[in-house]
Design a protein around this ligand. Sequence first.
Ligand SMILES: C[S@@+](CC[C@H](N)C(=O)[O-])C[C@H]1O[C@@H](n2cnc3c(N)ncnc32)[C@H](O)[C@@H]1O
Length: 251
Amino acid sequence: MDEIDVKPRVARLGELRAEAMPGVVRRAVTEGVGQPRDRRASPIYRFLRTTVPEPIRRPLGAFLTAWRVRNDPSRIFQNTVILPRMAQLGGTVLLVGCRRYTAHEPALLARHGLVCWTLDPDPSVVRWGVAGRHVVGKIEDAATAFPPATFDAILLSGVFGFGVDDVIAQEAAIHACSAVLKPNGLLVLGWNSDRVAADPTALAAIVRHFEPSRDATLAGRIAFTRCTHVFDFHTRKASHANGHGDVAAAG
Ligand SMILES: C[S@@+](CC[C@H](N)C(=O)[O-])C[C@H]1O[C@@H](n2cnc3c(N)ncnc32)[C@H](O)[C@@H]1O
């Protein structure tokens, strides 16, 4: 069995099953959806803001965020189940949203022969993207950056509620994903139930352009008992008109 080197955790392909991981549940998520939390109201945030000077607060905030993200159950799931399975499936993939804690992802997938692209509208995060294969831009505009039916998979996680916030932008983002995904291409949509106004699987663009994934590992909905993150797995319908013409034959 192929061994995948995933930092900070190491997983062996096929050993990890969603249900076997602590805190991972397959279920519908309704609780908390549409009730965004004001993080600035948290006592820790208020304490740091009022007592720690700005030049210290910024790097400290970045360090604490990176620590929290690395230890988040959804991140561990992404590193140990989603990425290894994407590596197994192969092809050309788009990773949306780059941060220090995502910098290992393209390298991991590239080691398994995948062609990786990254995209983020923030010019300051180019260094965490793939050199020579990074687009500074919004996912909503992906269809202007890439030809139709370019990708076998798109990982769009932690972006809804972190920039792609209203339903109009989310519809545009999913529509753009459908345009640049190959027929039957995989869309991994990760979102936080306390950061979106409504369950994204009800978006018109999802209903129109996607169907539930039938992949053995990446299918259905994964939620977590200790965090608000949710993963939904869809595949692009094999044939449909998407505003860029019907690209069913292009894949
Ligand atoms: C919380 S980080 C998530 C990063 C990463 N995708 C992950 O796995 O956690 C959100 C990222 O989304 C990016 N972002 C914000 N608006 C975006 C948009 N319209 N299109 C693509 N990325 C966007 C931000 O610049 C930021 O890097």
